[in-house]
Design a protein around this ligand. Structure first.
Ligand code: 5GP
Length: 196
């Protein structure tokens, strides 16, 4: 049938600290053929983070210049830093038939849906706000002030989960991963059938 079927675009989103990164790492370890888009950010690297692997770390002036030139499919200012998805990375991967994952915040995810309605949006929820707070304090990557900033955004993010195609509660990691894997593999298999 359709020989030029494009790859699927998956957007994994949800509050900071909810475990999106862990789920995405598990998924990539199990399905290395699914590509992950590397975002661009003005945030400073955390210990161990590598430029070009975890993010492309750039200066604010460069980000704003690129934004003005329409380089980003979506972007957001989150806890005083800018984050964006390189439009080129997404267009090229999908056109070449690759399945691509974006791990981005809720505002960014909704921008992607507006521009690419065929994207599959998956919301990862914490079991409770208390649990999320505990996780953010435990991972010790932000100061207390930064954690409070992140938590103040969470309620409005959770209020938007009905705009997503799927929602997964990340309470038991194994269970959450299996739900995520099912959603993604079902979509990929569906697209593969149309390719034949
Ligand atoms: P962190 O600073 O913890 O790496 O990321 C903060 C938040 O920004 C997380 O919710 C993360 O998913 C989100 N994020 C990472 N990359 C992007 C991006 O390219 N665009 C948007 N909108 N959010 C992003």
């Amino acid at each position: 049938m359709n020989q030029v079927q494009k790859g699927s675009l998956f957007v994994i989103s949800g509050p900071s600290g909810v475990g999106k990164g862990t789920l995405v790492n598990l998924l990539r370890a199990k399905c290395p053929e699914i590509a992950l888009s590397t975002s661009v950010t003005t945030r400073k690297p955390r210990p161990g983070e590598i430029n070009g692997t975890h993010y492309f770390f750039i200066e604010k002036e460069v980000f704003l210049y690129r934004l003005k030139h329409g380089d980003f499919l979506e972007w957001n200012e989150f806890a005083k830093n800018y984050y964006g998805t390189d439009r080129n990375i997404v267009e090229t991967a999908v056109q070449q038939g690759h399945n691509l994952l974006l791990e981005i915040d809720v505002k960014g995810a909704l921008q992607v849906k507006e521009k690419k309605p065929e994207a599959i949006l998956i919301f990862i929820e914490p079991p409770s706000l208390e649990e999320l707070k505990a996780r953010l304090f435990k991972r010790k990557t932000e100061s207390e002030r930064e954690i409070q900033e992140r938590l103040s955004i969470v309620k409005s993010e959770i209020g938007k989960k009905h705009l997503f195609d799927y929602s997964i509660v990340n309470d038991d990691l194994e269970l959450a991963f299996s739900e995520l894997e099912n959603i993604i593999m079902n979509q990929i298999n569906r697209t593969e059938i149309y390719k034949k």
